[in-house]
Design a protein around this ligand. Structure first.
Ligand code: NDP
Length: 169
């Protein structure tokens, strides 16, 4: 599409359980160091865009990344973070970036961003969890699999997990 020319591509990074669950009580559902490492490798040097609740859950700006937080609170200020009042505003202020801009959650922001997203960095944790927040169900027919890597649980990572990179067809 011509109006997409010269705009950065939009990527989502997310880790889901078998039922697309992503969080509960504003926390993650698992401790998986391998996924944290993968997330860091994937997003370092990029802009990360997140909802205010996800920022609260992380508790600090992510190092080596431009951090953008979306809130409806027009007066919110956070050190080390650019605060905006909509997803569109976040995308507008990153328009000149050459590298993909990563949407990193949570559910509210993923729902709004998914239709605009061209790349999905999807980690699946092969377990079900009690959760209160979920990633939208994706239609696999709309996505090509660029890569897929499955790892077995080990002493540090309690569950089997798969890293997939999906590209919108
Ligand atoms: P979000 O992180 O999506 O943040 C929601 C907040 O974003 C809203 O309350 C509002 O902030 C702001 N917001 C959302 N839409 C708009 C808009 N259109 N305009 C302006 N502001 C907007 O919250 P969720 O509760 O959906 O997700 C958090 C959960 O997701 C946590 O459990 C977290 O651990 C989990 N998570 C899981 C990930 C994973 O990969 N498994 C990754 C990231 C998060 P305000 O209230 O300030 O106005």
């Amino acid at each position: 599409m011509s109006d997409q020319k010269n705009k950065p591509s939009i990527a989502i990074a997310v880790a889901v359980g078998k039922n697309s669950e992503i969080g509960k009580n504003n926390q993650l559902l698992w401790h998986m160091p391998a996924d944290l490492k993968y997330f860091k490798q994937t997003t370092s040097g990029h802009t990360v865009v997140m909802g205010r609740k996800t920022f609260d859950s992380v508790g600090r700006p992510l190092p080596n990344r431009r951090n953008i937080v979306i809130t409806r609170d027009a007066s919110l200020k956070i050190d080390g973070v650019e605060v905006v009042n909509s997803l569109n505003e976040a995308l507008n202020i990153t328009q000149s970036e050459e590298k993909p801009v990563f949407i990193i959650g949570g559910a509210e922001i993923y729902h709004q961003a998914l239709p605009k997203t061209n790349m999905l960095y999807l980690t699946t944790i092969h377990e079900t969890f009690d959760a209160d927040t979920f990633f939208p169900v994706i239609n696999r027919n709309e996505w090509d699999t660029v890569s897929s890597e499955t790892h077995l649980a080990d002493e540090k990572n309690k569950y089997d997990y798969t890293f997939e990179v999906l590209k919108r067809k």
